[in-house]
Write a protein that binds this ligand. Structure first.
Ligand SMILES: Nc1ncnc2c1ncn2[C@@H]1O[C@H](COP(=O)(O)OP(=O)(O)OP(=O)(O)O)[C@@H](O)[C@H]1O
Ligand SMILES: [Mg+2]
Length: 482
């Protein structure tokens, strides 16, 4: 009995494959391939009849924990080292310790196997561990952080546990590797391969999620093959029989009585369990910016423009990640000293924002608060350079520096808690408050744009508007009526 994948690239029987050779190496290493490992080896090892080398340049593999991912990578790497002389093979894990621990286990297996005869003496110096082979090829474990600044040039690299990478860190590594692939192909005649392997992560796993999601949408390159094992969407992770059916190592590396013990280890963590053994992404917000009770207790009625009664207004402006939306909120200073924050607009992209803000600022005689870094940097720059026909600035600003920006979220939350700040009831703002997660830096936090599960700009624009209302310069006071 072997689990069928949730999705992925089927074997193309018209192409020859290097899979059987990988299987032979796995056998020699004492870990004969499990059926799912063999499927991956066979597809990833397909040979392009036009070139005589690997058809695929990229392999994306997602499975639950304790499946045999890393062990499969070892068998493939050992085989890859024998495609020709002087090949460079990297195994990358999140930390040097992860990579090093895995490497030590591999060395033990390798040195105890008949393949020891084709190896040279391994290097064990911390940080430069390596296993060279008699043909000059070499397998090297590295930490992602160490490699990120330099890039790797090689014939095969594996990013194991890729869920731990942010889009940015993952891309720095690829930026170093991808351009050298063509050069290595030319020099060696063998198509270099990138393997990205992992169990599903969380909303913060921006590197892996993006790649997996594009495979699921059928948008991967034709040179990418992928494999996705785990519980289907309609199955219940608490149903251990369902886990047994869909985990491709169930009954092979462990049995149901051990699965019951595994479940016990995740007693208070159902989301962690569903992730580890069902390969379900953990989408939950673990650390909401504003707790539900506080948020519910601080709602107030929206203020209509006609009811402003010359109350001073400030506009907060925030932009979502990848510039998808721009939100504009008003911070209204009430006569009793409180501030009402009110979401006014969520605009598509950033293109409509300058016109809309010019209109609002003119109509209410109000300044703007915007972060001049981060996702709003480009819009901020454009707003600051807008001038009227006399060359005078159209918009005035409440200046905010980086340190101010870091305090805006915290002071918003404490303002809500102590009754100094209210928010005008709005379903889009409610959704933003429910979906915005915190990202900590030491003792301070800010809204995590990548770690959140919805738009953050509505809530962020309110935070900025509230900050602006308590930092507005004197001269930008209430609109004066003479
Ligand atoms: N084909 C095999 N034959 C025998 N044992 C295997 C095989 N594949 C993996 N194993 C063993 O199963 C265990 C889990 O394998 P491995 O660490 O490769 O899984 P993994 O999917 O990388 O797990 P994790 O998600 O925890 O990193 C290890 O003890 C490994 O030696
Ligand atoms: Mg592993």
């Amino acid at each position: 009995m072997t689990a069928t994948p949730r999705g992925g690239t089927p074997r193309n029987p018209e192409r020859a494959t290097d899979g059987p050779i990988v299987a032979r190496f796995a056998q020699l290493l004492g870990t004969p391939l499990l059926p799912w490992q063999r499927l991956v080896a066979d597809v990833a090892g397909e040979i392009d009849p036009d070139t005589g080398t690997y058809y695929y340049d990229t392999v994306i593999l997602s499975t639950p924990r304790q499946c045999g991912k890393s062990t499969l990578v070892d068998a493939v790497d050992t085989r890859n080292a024998q495609w020709g002389p002087d090949r460079f093979i990297y195994y990358l894990a999140q930390t040097g310790k992860d990579a090093g621990d895995h490497f030590k286990k591999y060395l033990k297996t390798l040195q105890a196997s008949p393949l020891a005869a084709i190896t040279s003496r391994p290097y064990m110096a911390h940080g430069s561990e390596a296993q060279p082979f008699l043909n000059g090829s070499i397998i090297m474990p590295k930490s992602v952080t160490k490699v990120a600044g330099h890039g790797v040039q090689g014939d095969k690299i594996t990013l194991d546990e890729a869920f731990s990478l942010s889009e940015e860190t993952g891309n720095t590594i690829l930026d170093g590797f991808m351009p050298t692939m063509a050069t290595r192909l030319k020099a060696t005649g063998v198509q270099p391969q990138l393997w990205i392997t992992s169990t599903e992560g969380t909303a913060e796993s921006t590197f892996f999620n993006k790649r997996l999601d594009s495979c699921r949408a059928g948008e991967q390159s034709r040179r990418t093959c992928w494999f996705d094992f785990g519980l289907p969407a309609d199955a219940d992770p608490e149903d251990l029989d369902a886990i047994m059916r869909h985990h491709p190592a169930a009954g092979l590396l462990w049995d149901k009585s051990q699965l019951i013990d595994f479940r016990e280890q995740f007693r208070d963590n159902p989301a962690g369990w569903a992730r580890a053994f069902g390969n379900r992404r953990d989408e939950g917000i673990t650390d909401r910016v504003i707790d539900e009770a506080t948020w519910a207790a601080t709602a107030t009625a929206p203020v209509a423009p006609a009811d402003l009664d010359n109350r001073p207004v400030v506009f907060g402006v925030a932009v979502d990640v990848d510039s998808t939306y721009t939100s504009i909120s008003a911070g209204i200073s009430n006569p009793d000293g409180t501030v009402t924050t009110q979401l006014l607009k969520i605009l598509d992209g950033t293109g409509y924002a300058p016109t809309e803000l010019s209109r609002l600022c003119a109509a209410y005689g109000a300044p703007v608060v915007i972060d001049s870094r981060g996702t709003a940097a480009d819009l901020s720059d454009r707003l600051h350079h807008m001038t009227d026909h006399n060359g005078d600035p159209i918009i005035t600003f409440v200046d905010m520096d980086a340190a101010d920006y870091l305090t805006a979220g915290q002071s918003y939350v404490s303002g809500l808690v102590n009754g100094a700040i209210l928010h005008a009831a709005d379903p889009d703002l409610d959704a933003s408050a429910a979906n915005s997660a915190r990202k900590w830096a030491g003792d301070a936090w800010r809204v995590s744009r990548r770690g959140s599960t919805g738009l953050t700009s509505p809530l962020e624009s309110c935070m900025l508007a509230a900050w602006g209302a308590s930092h507005r310069p004197e001269e930008a006071g209430p609109l004066q009526i003479y």
